[in-house]
Design a protein. Structure first.
Length: 120
């Protein structure tokens, strides 16, 4: 293969690659709309909750399964827990306090708490 032909080849693959990426982004975006692009699982990582919480074991804070079980039949739990995570506090699961998390946007926090309460 000549030098020119090889460069030509590379350019062709590059264009193909770009088209594939653009096509995938478009496809993924449409597949995820109107669902949130990020799962609650990712958000728990992103906002640092995962440093103290796991789904099925106690870390610093209670496991999300334990939280879900505790509030399963409690009306208003969603709202109450959103406020608790935002403001922090202690005394429900022990003496160790949860620090406030005021920077998590309401929409994300609501989605995270909904996801926590759905754990079984
Ligand atoms: C520094 C550790 C830490 C971080 C970070 C943390 N938590 Fe907690 N979390 C705790 C502790 C400790 C408790 C138990 C508080 C208590 O006993 O009242 C708790 C309790 C909870 C509860 C149950 C509250 C209740 O009153 O029953 C939920 C829900 C919760 N956390 C969600 C979150 C979410 C969502 C995030 C991330 C935005 C987060 N936590 C970040 C330590 C943490």
């Amino acid at each position: 293969m000549t030098q020119i032909a090889r460069q030509d080849e590379r350019a062709r693959y590059h264009r193909l690659g770009c088209a594939a990426v653009i096509g995938c982004v478009a496809l993924c975006a449409s597949a995820l709309t109107p669902a949130r692009a990020q799962s609650a699982d990712d958000q728990v990582q992103k906002y640092g909750c995962a440093a103290c919480h796991a789904v099925d074991k106690k870390v610093v804070g209670p496991s999300f399964k334990d939280v879900a079980a505790k509030y399963r039949n409690q009306a208003g739990a969603q709202k109450q827990l959103v406020a608790k995570v935002k403001n922090g506090g202690s005394g429900v699961w022990g003496a160790v306090p949860m620090p406030p998390n005021p920077t998590v946007p309401d929409a994300d926090l609501n989605a995270i708490v909904k996801w926590i309460l759905a754990q079984k």
